[in-house]
Ligand binder design. Sequence first.
Ligand code: FEO
Length: 171
Amino acid sequence: MNKQLLNEFSNQINKEYYSAFLYLSMSNWLNEAGMPGAANWTYVQYQEELAHAENLFRYLQYRDEIVQLMKIDQPDKEWDSVLDVFKNVLSHEKKVTASINNLTTEAINASDHAARIFLEWYVSEQVEEEANASDLIHKFKMAGDNPNALLMLDSQLATRTFVAPVVPGVG
Ligand code: FEO
């Protein structure tokens, strides 16, 4: 694999682990804030981000490359409200989308069509991640300060469970 592309893959692995830490931190805050359903939702997202990182790692190993593991930044630990949490989810996912798009462009520039095809799963996944965050922002805005609406929404988020994603091409 082209060295520049390999570096970008390593950076992406770091970003996915950072995403996992961010969601774990959000889950912590939401639990303390008395929103166990939203805490569950972000905890499941933490598990998803770990899977994103691990599948990138496994792909590089499959390509017989040495993965560079880097220091993971400390995530934020406080937010103003549950709505603020989900606004941050969306803005964070938009950054990840830009990063995945850049990585895909690197693969195209390197004429690494195998890597480009592998990354297609991540490109599609980002559409879903942004759509989920937008949907939750919309719902929390509608719930406003109404305790009944917030409790009902929180109990819906409590039903989310982790299903390990199947990422094609990792061997
Ligand atoms: Fe791995 Fe939320 O992007």
